[in-house]
Write a protein that binds this ligand. Structure first.
Ligand code: FAD
Ligand code: NAI
Length: 483
């Protein structure tokens, strides 16, 4: 049986990054991942690479180009006659981007001398003589005997098995009519009428893709507020812009029976006012959150405890209930974000090496890649009010930013929240063009304990969108220069 210092189960952003960092620190490392590509070969990178961050951003980019060609090129004097969308080509491009990422991870494993096993990893039992035995089954559940399963041992095990889409009761995903994120990224023809349940991150991103391509998109959201976790002012602005684009969002609905027919799906629901409605869609995306994945891990055998919702229980350092068993990413508490999983993976590898890394969960940024994008870090105004923190707020609209005008994209704003007494930055919130990139400045400022004045005094290149961040910081002190 091959013996490793560290075995990582799961090769998504949490797992593959943990494996690389552990190898950099001198450990003998293996990473096991079961994801298969269409040919049955390895496809490391997890949800993020295969059916999440990467393919969704590829489709968002393609559909945005199309939208620009149809609606915005004319403003620049460009005439496009007969623009059309080849959905098959768009999907093939997306698949190529995914494969480039899969191959990139396999290359990184080789470069860092991480041994990769393609198959399902499971605990064979409890720790014995200081090591865990992990079974690797290359064809779990298939009944095949070839290739044969192997077993390896490890002193440390990092569980990074990720999450799966949550289905609505009575409406299992068939990925043809009732779609999870997986099917939503593979729709072969633009549906005439697309339904989305859940106005969260996936609902808005996927809804935007198919709306731009011509679908009539209706989003049904259970909560009465739109994007409740987002700063209210930003969420309000985003809602206004999405409505203008033609995305129909109904809040406070109660979804009832869902019936899939031969070629469409019918949903009964009650509106916020209690009115009964029935609507039929060509396709339905269900994006109501995700559940942790521990299928086939046999965590019980090793005595690794789960909570009542199926998450692996960990402490602040990602230690599980068993010695030398760690867990990171979507399978543990905290936001289900690729960069959060990566940070935890790195931190665990460093803790195994005796180092003392620290992750500040308050400084983990969020981005919703709609157009305009929404990004934030730290506290929202509503959180600060609820916590009784005295704060100052400064915001700056892209309408007054030269680069945004030149881009032809002046929707939205940047907002900075700072402590009323100390001026320390407590949060940054933005809706607008490429704010996914701008938010890094807010994260950096918060990680360094910067004040809004610090940001205001930094020289920002002109003309850039980042000048809106500087101006928002100036606005905290009521001294914007360009507004
Ligand atoms: P995963 O990426 O889920 O990886 C887990 C891996 O473990 C999988 O490959 C799985 O096959 C494997 N596995 C599971 N059990 C076993 C086992 N027993 N043996 C072997 N292998 C196993 N986050 C962002 O930060 N930015 C985004 O833009 C973004 N976009 C998203 C878009 C969509 C449509 C979705 C669904 C998610 C998106 N996310 C995004 C979330 C992000 O994908 C997850 O937070 C991230 O993938 C979690 O990483 P992970 O390593 O914990 O798990
Ligand atoms: P989500 O948690 O973002 O949104 C789910 C939405 O569905 C919520 O608004 C919720 O109120 C609503 N909902 C729940 N049950 C409902 C019901 N029965 N009827 C109607 N509405 C209901 O979850 P989503 O969009 O599925 O995404 C899962 C996670 O994946 C995200 O939370 C995020 O962590 C990650 N992700 C991140 C992305 C990014 O970083 N850009 C992109 C996509 C996903």
């Amino acid at each position: 049986m091959d013996r490793f210092d560290v075995v990582v189960i799961g090769g998504g952003p949490g797992g593959y990054v943990a494996a690389i960092r552990a190898a950099q620190l001198g450990f003998k490392v293996a990473c096991i991942d079961e994801w298969k590509n269409v040919k049955g070969g390895p496809a490391p990178g997890g949800t993020c690479t295969n059916v999440g961050c990467i393919p969704s951003k590829a489709l968002l980019q393609s559909s945005e180009h199309y939208d620009h060609a149809l609606h915005h090129f004319a403003d620049h004097g460009i005439t496009v006659k007969g623009a059309s969308m080849d959905v098959a080509k768009m999907l093939a491009r997306k698949d190529t981007v995914v494969k480039q990422n899969n191959d990139g991870i396999l290359y990184l494993f080789k470069k860092n001398k991480v041994t990769f096993f393609h198959g399902r990893g499971s605990f064979a039992g409890a720790v014995k003589e200081g090591v865990y035995e992990i079974k690797v089954d290359p064809s779990p559940g298939s009944g095949q005997t070839e290739p044969a399963a192997t077993s390896i041992t490890a002193k440390h095990v990092i569980i990074a098995t990720g999450s799966n889409a949550r289905a609505l009761p009575g409406a299992a995903f068939d990925e043809k009519l009732i779609l999870s994120n997986d099917g939503a990224l593979r729709i072969g023809d633009v549906p005439k009428k697309l339904g989305v349940i859940g106005a969260g991150v996936i609902g808005l991103e996927m809804g935007s893709v198919w709306r731009r391509l011509g679908a009539d998109v209706t989003v049904l959201e259970g909560l009465p507020t739109f994007l409740g976790a987002v700063d209210e002012q930003i969420a309000k602005e985003a809602a206004k812009l999405f409505k203008k684009q033609g995305l129909n969002i109904s809040l406070g609905v109660k979804v009832g029976a869902i019936k899939a027919g031969k070629s469409d799906v019918t949903i009964e629901y009650a509106t916020a006012e209690g009115k009964a409605e029935t609507v039929t869609f060509d396709k339905l995306i269900v994006s109501i959150g995700r559940v942790p994945n521990t299928i086939g891990l046999n965590a019980d055998a090793a005595g690794v405890k789960l909570d009542e919702r199926g998450f692996i229980i960990v402490d602040g350092d990602c230690k599980t209930s068993q010695p030398n068993v760690w867990a990171v990413g979507d399978v543990v508490r905290g936001p289900m974000l690729a960069h959060k999983a990566e940070e935890e993976g790195v931190a665990v590898a460093e803790r195994i090496a005796g180092q003392h890394p620290h992750i500040d969960f308050n400084c983990i940024p969020w981005v919703i890649y709609t157009s305009p994008e929404i990004a934030w870090v730290g506290k929202t105004e509503q959180q600060l009010k609820a916590e009784g923190v005295a704060y100052k707020s400064g915001s700056f609209p892209f309408m007054a930013n030269g680069r945004a005008r030149a881009l032809g994209n002046t929707d939205g704003m940047v907002k900075i929240l700072a402590d009323a007494k100390t001026d320390k930055v407590l949060g940054m919130h933005a809706v607008g063009p490429v704010v996914s990139e701008l938010i890094a400045e807010g994260v950096m400022a918060m990680e360094f304990g910067a004040s809004s004045e610090d940001i205001a005094r930094i020289c920002h290149a002109h003309p850039t969108l980042s000048e809106a961040t500087k101006e928002a910081a100036l606005a905290v002190d009521k001294r914007t220069l360009n507004f």
